[in-house]
Design a binder for this molecule. Structure first.
Ligand code: F6R
Length: 636
């Protein structure tokens, strides 16, 4: 959570950094700030609330300087006020820091620094960092040594960037547990900084030594300036100056900076013609699923077949899978359990990462942990992964961001290839996770000799039909979804019921509605509803029932009737030509029928994503930046 960025180059730093913050605001958006160096001083601008408030301040009072750091916050310690927003300064105003993560021992440090005369002006854990670095710098006179000595006293998980008033073209960046990426751009002449236009690029045809440098919590924030990126490792710090990038360990051992071309494009991180990233990402699902599927297929001698993932594992020997995930990814994991049980006949546990990490899980010979995470940075899932690896359990990561920490720390990686997901509510990554888990289960089944060639061909055909079915379902349900949203946007609560594969869909539909429309919503296994929650039903309560034509159809109809008998308002998700269901429903979101029942949840969830979106819009909610949330949960 929180996004940090830094820039050193020929352009005015504030104009570069405000764009970087725009790209990072999915990580937190309750306040923002910036520090830019000029004339031997650190100049600050900060604003509580949305990033626009900071942008407005900068518009009114631009910062002139070519080196700076910036931050967009998701509050942990202290409310989202201007005083608590980053950058934070040392008491003498000569050191500024932006920070992502938590300093766990900030209280004793704060007491000690206060005893030495430090004056604290915020309630944050972060403020101890500039105070500590400043004290050490004044004593020793070496900025790098001061940062190293400070890091040795910090406990927790963090990434931060620091600037010094008397080092006007230098940024030192540190990583210990939170992501940090370094970007390298065009060459320019550092002797000729741009003091004219606010966005003009000064380059000298690549003939000079200095290169534009950036740091950021995530790669999109480096665009369009960086052409190459280097992922800083935990326990390393980077010293950015006109001389280039010098990376070393906290102990001072030099490390080679390995840069590679940046892969993400500016188009992938823009909304295009959509009104929100969420709307764009929902619409992208047919393309995303097709891309993922084709990446896992190969045409061999006997026709098209599913490719064995190169996970460095003998899948045949796997007899126990533990899924680790949080939130929406956990819902995908619930479906993964069904797939593996049904297709590969192995024992599967689905664990919430924040619970698993504090247990003492039992490891046996054939256990495999699969960590599922869109971002690949979720702190609890990462901690669970580390616990598993400490017990010598192999870990495979199912991630969207393949350069993420979870991907890098796993034995094998299954990429989702969904492209950047920027809307806080996960949509395209979820359906990609579900399809990826289906393909993984087929691969395990194949490795165990449980998948006949005919069954493999049927599964491939069912999966290949999906992109078109997803596009059709989105198109065909839109009108009914809008009508239901018009009717129920002001409902105080909503219940989602499903059985089997549609139970995770019900959970996911409820989560989407809660997080972006702030409607109290619960997802429940339909058979369990009568054991208490049915008491909630009144004539004002919308109850969304998942009723595809599968083995649970009749059971679901009975559950639906129970709600109807108590005057609940019935929205159903079922087959579009199911007239009987339509007659029983106030609204039917008619979806296409998957060729394999196991894949039906990918289609059923689509109108629920759009329903949450439309209800949120009608309630005037910001769908991309819902209150209190952040995209990447890098703290516990
Ligand atoms: C909800 C949502 C979250 C994430 C959860 C895990 O729409 O996006 O519940 O699924 O925070 O995030 P990842 O998948 O990045 O580990």
């Amino acid at each position: 959570m929180c996004g940090i960025a830094g820039y050193l180059g020929p352009k005015t730093a504030d104009s570069v950094l405000i764009v970087a913050l725009e790209r990072l605001k999915y990580r937190g958006y309750d306040s923002a700030g910036m520090a830019v160096m000029s004339e031997g001083e650190i100049h600050l601008r900060k604003a509580a609330g949305k990033l626009k408030h900071l942008a407005d301040k900068l518009e009114a009072q631009p910062l002139s300087g070519h080196c700076g750091i910036a931050h967009t916050r998701w509050a942990t310690h202290g409310p989202p006020t201007e005083a608590n927003s980053h950058p934070h300064l040392s008491t003498d105003g000569r050191v500024a820091v932006v920070h992502n993560g938590i300093i766990e021992n900030h209280e004793p440090l704060r007491r000690a620094l206060k005893d030495q005369g430090g004056i604290f002006v915020s309630e944050t854990d972060t403020e101890v960092i500039p105070q500590l670095i400043s004290t050490l710098y004044r004593a020793g006179g070496d900025p790098l040594a001061a940062v190293r000595a400070a890091v040795a006293r910090l406990e927790g998980s963090f990434a931060f960037a620091v600037v010094f008033a008397d080092q006007p073209r230098r940024i030192i960046a540190v990583r210990q547990g939170s992501p940090l990426i370094i970007g390298k751009g065009k060459a320019y002449d550092p002797a000729e900084p741009n003091r004219e236009g606010r966005t003009e690029v000064f380059t000298k045809g690549g003939s000079t030594a200095a290169r534009e440098l950036m740091i950021a919590s995530d790669a999109p924030a480096l665009l369009p300036h960086a052409q190459q990126v280097c992922f800083l490792e935990d326990g390393h710090l980077a010293d950015l100056s006109d001389a280039g990038v010098a990376i070393s360990t906290f102990a001072g051992v030099p490390v080679e900076a390995k840069f590679k071309p940046i892969e993400v494009t500016a188009e992938a991180v823009s909304k295009g013609s959509f009104d929100s990233f969420m709307a764009k990402e929902i619409a992208e699902q047919p393309t995303v699923l097709a891309r993922l599927l084709e990446s896992r297929l190969r045409t061999g001698a006997s026709g098209v077949e599913i490719v064995e993932p190169d996970l460095g594992l003998d899948l045949k020997a796997v007899n126990h899978v533990v899924f680790l995930a949080a939130g929406t990814s956990w819902h995908a994991a619930l479906l993964g359990k069904r797939f593996l049980e049904q297709l590969a006949r192995i024992h599967v546990e689905v664990d919430i990462s924040s619970e698993y990490r504090y247990r003492n899980p039992v490891a046996s010979g054939g256990t495999l942990v699969v960590a599922i995470s869109q971002s690949g940075e979720t702190a609890d899932t990462l901690a669970g992964l580390r616990l598993a690896r400490a017990k010598f359990i192999p870990v495979v990561a199912l991630v969207n961001v393949v350069t993420s920490t979870i991907a890098r720390e796993s034995n094998g990686v299954m990429p989702l290839l969904a492209g950047p997901e920027i809307g806080v509510a996960s949509t395209k990554a979820y359906t990609a996770q579900v399809l990826a888990l289906y393909l993984f289960a087929l691969q395990v089944a194949k490795a165990k000799g449980l998948l006949t060639p005919e069954a493999e061909q049927q599964a491939i055909a069912a999966a290949r039909a999906l992109p078109e079915q997803v596009a059709a379902t989105l198109r065909e349900t839109e009108e009914e979804v809008c009508e239901a949203a018009d009717l129920f946007a002001s409902a105080q609560a909503t219940v989602f019921l499903g059985r089997g594969g549609e139970h995770p869909t019900a959970l996911e539909g409820a989560l989407k509605l809660k997080e972006i429309a702030y409607v109290h919503a619960i997802g429940y296994p339909a058979g369990e509803f009568k054991h208490g929650p049915i008491a909630l039903v009144t004539s004002h309560l919308p109850v969304v029932c998942m009723v595809p034509k599968d083995a649970m159809y009749e059971k679901m109809l009975s559950n639906l009737q129970e709600v109807r008998a108590r005057s609940g308002r019935i929205i159903t998700v079922g087959q579009k030509d199911d007239q009987h269901l339509r007659d029983l429903s106030d609204h039917l979101f008619g979806v296409r029928q998957a060729h394999d029942d196991l894949l039906q949840p990918i289609l059923s969830v689509l109108p629920l994503q759009r329903y949450a979106y439309h209800v949120a819009r009608r309630r005037d909610c910001d769908v991309d930046q819902p209150r209190n949330l952040a995209k990447s949960v890098t703290v516990e």
